[in-house]
Design a protein around this ligand. Structure first.
Ligand code: NDP
Length: 480
C-alpha cells in the first residue's frame, strides 16, 4: 500500500523518490510505504496553496460551507473503510474508530461549515469624535497544520476544517506513524469539490518534512498538536519569524474523586478516562487521587473492572484495549513501568506485555495500575501517554488541590463530587484549560479547547479556532 503526497489535488510521489516503511502495530509488520518528503516537496505544496489562495479566500461563505458539508457527508458515507484504515494504522479498536474517531472527523467539518456562516466581527463607535471603527477578520494566507498519531483523522480534521473554512489554504502533515486516513481524505476532498491546492498533504518525518513546514518563510501560521518538547522546538523556530502559533501539547491530568460522588458513574467513567485508546489520549486522567474514606473500596472495584477489559486485536468486536501505536512507544511506556518500584510505587494490576493469539508480534500491553505514595515521583510528573495510571489517597481538599496543580502540565482535570461549593472552588483554582465535573471527554465543539503551562499556548474550538485562523484588522473612519 503506497501512500502519496496530495498536492494541488493530485497524488504524487516525493520528488527525491525516498520512502519510509509504514507499520501495522497490531501485527508488528510493515504493510506499506509513505513518502519521506523533503523541503522541495513542502515548497511544491506551498506553491499550490499560494496559487489557490486568492480565489479560495474570495469564495462566498455559503460556497465554502457547502463544500465542507460535502466533505463531512463523504466521511460519514465511508465510515467503515476509514475506521478500518485507522484501526490498522494505529492499533486502536475498530469499534472505537467507528464510534469516535471517524464520526468526530465528520463532525469537525460539519461544525466549521456551519460556524463560518455565523462568524462575525466587531464594530466600535468612537462617540464624540465622529468616528466609526470596524474590524475585518481576513484569511491569513497559507497556514501549516501538524498533527499527532493518537487520534489521527480526528485531530488532523480538527485543524484543517477551521483553517479552510476561514479562507486559508493549507500545507498539512499527519504523523508519519499514522498517515493512512490523512491520505484517504485527499480523495474525499476531490470528490467533495474542494478546489485544487486549498488543502495539500505532505507525508514524512517530523524532523525533516515537519521542520520544512515550520521554517518555511511564507507559511504564516502553525497549528500544532503533539508533544511538549516538539512544541517548544516549534516555538523556538517559528516565534522569531513572527508566525501565529497554536500549540496543543502534552498533559498529566488529575482525576480527583471525592467520597460524595456518584460512585457507579465515577467508576465506569474512570475506567474509560484511564484506558480509552490504550491511554493514548492527551486528556486521559493519568493521576487518580481518591478521598481516603473510599480509597480501599475504589481500589478493589477499579482493579476488578480493569481486569475485565479485553486486550486484543483491534478487529475483534469485544476488544477494549488494542495495540500501542509502535514498538518504540511500547518500549517507552514499559520503561516507566520498570521504574515503578524504584520510586516506591506498587503495581497493583497489569504491567506485562501480552501475546495475542495470531497477532504475536503486535504491541500489546496490559492496562496497568500503579499505587504511588507521592505526587513527586516521575510516574506522576512525566507524561507516559499509554495504558498506565497511578493512584493514591488524599485527606483534604487543600492537599489534593495542591497535588493536582503541582505538575508542569495544565491541560485538563476531572472532578467527582456532588458538592457545589467545592465544584466552584476547584473549577476556579485548578491550573488547567478544561475541567470536567462528574463526566469526562464530553465535548461541545463551541467551547475553547487547550491547556496552560507546558500543555500549550492558545485555544482551539469554536470561535477560538476561527479567530486563530484569521487576522483582525481595524478600520477607523472619521466623518464630518
Ligand atoms: P510529537 O510531538 O512527536 O509529534 C507530533 C507531530 O509533530 C507529528 O506529526 C510529528 O511528526 C511532528 N513533528 C515532530 N518533530 C517536528 C519538527 N521538528 N517540526 C515539525 N513537526 C514535527 O507527538 P506525538 O505524535 O508523539 O504525539 C503524542 C503527543 O501529543 C503527546 O505528548 C500528547 O499529549 C500530545 N497530544 C496533545 C493533544 C492536545 O490537544 N493537547 C492531543 C493529542 C496529543 P512525526 O510523527 O512524523 O515525527
Amino acid at each position: 500500500m503506497t501512500i502519496k503526497n496530495y498536492i494541488n489535488g493530485e497524488f504524487i510521489a516525493p520528488i527525491k523518490d525516498n520512502w519510509i516503511d509504514n507499520y501495522n502495530p497490531s501485527i508488528g509488520e510493515v504493510y506499506g510505504q509513505i513518502p519521506n518528503s523533503t523541503k522541495e516537496d513542502v515548497a511544491k505544496a506551498y506553491e499550490a496553496a499560494e496559487k489557490a489562495f486568492p480565489t479560495w479566500s474570495n469564495t462566498t461563505l455559503a460556497e465554502r460551507s457547502r463544500i465542507l458539508l460535502n466533505i463531512a457527508e463523504k466521511i460519514s458515507e465511508k465510515l467503515d473503510a476509514l475506521a478500518n484504515a485507522e484501526a490498522k494504522d494505529n492499533g486502536k479498536p475498530l469499534s472505537l474508530a467507528k464510534a469516535i474517531d471517524i464520526p468526530r472527523a465528520s463532525s469537525n467539518f460539519e461544525f466549521f461549515a456551519n460556524a463560518i456562516t455565523q462568524f462575525s466581527s466587531e464594530a466600535h463607535e468612537t462617540v464624540g469624535l465622529n468616528a466609526m471603527n470596524f474590524t475585518l477578520r481576513q484569511s491569513i494566507g497559507v497556514v501549516g497544520c501538524i498533527s499527532p498519531w493518537n487520534l489521527p483523522l480526528y485531530l488532523f480534521t480538527w485543524k484543517i476544517a477551521p483553517a479552510i473554512a476561514a479562507g486559508n489554504c493549507v500545507v498539512a502533515k499527519p504523523s508519519e506513524v499514522t498517515p493512512m486516513t490523512a491520505y484517504l481524505i485527499g480523495e474525499i476532498c476531490n470528490e467533495a469539490g474542494l478546489p485544487k491546492g486549498v488543502l495539500n498533504i505532505v507525508h514524512g518525518l517530523g524532523t525533516t518534512t515537519g521542520q520544512a513546514i515550520i521554517e518555511h518563510p511564507k507559511i504564516k501560521a502553525i497549528s500544532f498538536t503533539g508533544g511538549t518538547a516538539t512544541g517548544a522546538h516549534i516555538a523556538r523556530t517559528a516565534a522569531p519569524m513572527f508566525k501565529k502559533l497554536s500549540l496543543e501539547l502534552g498533559g498529566k491530568n488529575p482525576n480527583i474523586i471525592f467520597a460524595d460522588c456518584d460512585y457507579d458513574k465515577m467508576l465506569v467513567t474512570t475506567v474509560r478516562s484511564s484506558f480509552a485508546n490504550q491511554g493514548q489520549i492527551c486528556l486521559c486522567g493519568s493521576r487518580i487521587f481518591v478521598e481516603e474514606s473510599i480509597y480501599e473500596r475504589f481500589k478493589k472495584d477499579f482493579i476488578k473492572k480493569v481486569a475485565e477489559l479485553k486486550v486484543g486485536s483491534p478487529f475483534e468486536t469485544d476488544t477494549n484495549v488494542g495495540a500501542l501505536v509502535s514498538k518504540a512507544h511500547l518500549e517507552k511506556v514499559k520503561s516507566y513501568i520498570a521504574i515503578a518500584e524504584e520510586e516506591g510505587g506498587k503495581i497493583v494490576f497489569g504491567g506485562e506485555e501480552i501475546e495475542v493469539e495470531n497477532f504475536e508480534n503486535g504491541y500489546y500491553l496490559q492496562p496497568t495500575i500503579i499505587e504511588v505514595t507521592s505526587n513527586q515521583c516521575k510516574l506522576n510528573q512525566e507524561e507516559i501517554f499509554g495504558p498506565v495510571v497511578t493512584m493514591m489517597p488524599f485527606k483534604t481538599e487543600a492537599e489534593v488541590l495542591e497535588m493536582a496543580n503541582d505538575v508542569r502540565y495544565g491541560l485538563s482535570a476531572t472532578l467527582w463530587t456532588q458538592n457545589l461549593n467545592r465544584t466552584m472552588n476547584f473549577s476556579k483554582q485548578l491550573q488547567v484549560g478544561i475541567v470536567w465535573v462528574n463526566t469526562w471527554l464530553l465535548r461541545d465543539l463551541r467551547t475553547p479547547f487547550g491547556g496552560m503551562k507546558a500543555s500549550g499556548v492558545g485555544r482551539e474550538g469554536g470561535l477560538e479556532a476561527l479567530r486563530f485562523f484569521t487576522e483582525p484588522k481595524n478600520v477607523c473612519i472619521q466623518y464630518n
